[in-house]
Design a protein around this ligand. Structure first.
Ligand SMILES: [Mg+2]
Length: 356
């Protein structure tokens, strides 16, 4: 028998959600000698509000993100645990972009009365596990009944030593432009699923489908790179390379020049581009929620950053540099030709690709 929220009622469901949520005695990974996020919960879930103890000399870094059924996910495409993890990863990615350490999450579910309780518990399990990987815990939440599309919202609170956060506004002309992972893969994975259906699930495209379904925020890399002191600005890739880069350039008052030849080969993306009859470079730059990081790096710090990335096994590619031409994105093709790029990321309110 599948039991639903209607069968068990709000308070029993909350009791079960808390049962799969770690108590403050469980320790996550933290900076040496500092209190775990769980131990820093003075009052946790079960009271009217949570009380959280900040470390001395630290600032609170806060972000929130919502996943809405039909707009951000379809349940026939993603299992419950992966969906929960995705909510944690999208939020963690925003903290990674600030070089902040994820600590405490508040989670709200808008769910229908016919939602199976075990499925909701699996979503919670998925997000708890993903948070634990980044050293964070759930400190509270809320359950709301909906009749239409379901949604999940997480507010993630992090900490950083006062004055040390990265922002979008610190890039200077001459700083190097680097990116983690393989931008464009998530967008291509989504396009494969939409356009090819079951045929998209070929082994050669597995990494693309996973990049789209199950992104992993670059928290560990961000914290390690922050210690080099070489990063001058950052943004996470939630819309697509060209549009997120434009956001960073706009905030910093700079432009950027990307070199096609510097882009690492990606045979999976290239074979998918051929199957989709689209230029691979357009897919690299276009709408894609990869949750990778775009970084501005002080040139003398390049070697230190490369060392850190290699130690952690994260691809870090240097694609070009920032320029003194505000908001201008330039692309140097493999033949040496130069052209400007129009941002083409995802715009929720425009209902798809933005024109810029
Ligand atoms: Mg972001």
């Amino acid at each position: 028998v599948t039991r639903t929220l209607r069968d068990l009622g709000e308070f029993e469901v909350i009791r079960r959600l808390l049962a799969v949520t770690p108590a403050p005695s469980l320790r996550g990974p933290t900076a040496a000698g500092s209190e775990s996020a769980a131990d820093a919960i003075v009052v946790g879930a079960g009271d009217d509000a949570a009380i959280l103890r900040l470390r001395g000399g630290h600032e609170l870094v806060a972000t929130t993100d919502t996943l809405l059924e039909a707009a951000h996910f379809r349940r026939d495409w993603i299992d419950a645990a992966t969906l929960g993890a995705r909510l944690a990863e999208t939020n963690s990615s925003d903290l990674a972009a600030m070089a902040a350490e994820p600590r405490w999450a508040l989670v709200s579910f808008g769910v229908r009365a016919d939602h199976p309780v075990d499925d909701l518990l699996e979503i919670q399990n998925g997000l708890v596990g993903a948070l634990a990987h980044h050293g964070a815990v759930v400190a509270g939440g809320n359950l709301t009944a909906v009749t239409g599309e379901e949604w999940m919202t997480m507010t993630l609170l992090g900490e950083i030593q006062a004055g040390r956060a990265w922002t979008r506004s610190g890039a200077r002309p001459g700083d190097l432009l680097a990116v983690t992972g393989h931008p464009g893969r998530a967008g291509v994975g989504c396009a494969l699923a939409l356009e090819l259906g079951a045929a998209a699930h070929e082994a050669r495209w597995a990494d693309l489908i996973e990049a789209w379904r199950a992104p992993r925020a670059r928290v560990g890399l961000a914290l390690a790179l922050a210690r080099t002191g070489a990063v001058t600005a950052a943004i996470d890739l939630s819309d697509g390379m060209s549009s997120d880069l434009e956001h960073l350039c706009e905030a910093s008052g700079v432009g950027a020049r990307l070199e096609a030849a510097a882009w690492p080969a990606d045979t999976a993306l290239e074979s998918a581009a051929a199957a989709l009859s689209r230029p691979a470079d357009a897919l690299r730059l276009g709408a894609s929620d990869d949750y990778e990081l775009i970084l501005a790096i002080d040139p003398p710090g390049r070697a230190a950053c490369e060392r850190v990335a290699a130690q952690l096994g994260v691809p870090l590619a240097f694609l070009g540099a920032f320029t003194d031409a505000p908001d201008r994105l330039e692309w140097i093709g493999r033949d040496g030709s130069l052209r400007t790029i129009e941002p083409s990321g995802y715009d929720h309110f425009a209902g798809g690709a933005a024109s810029g």
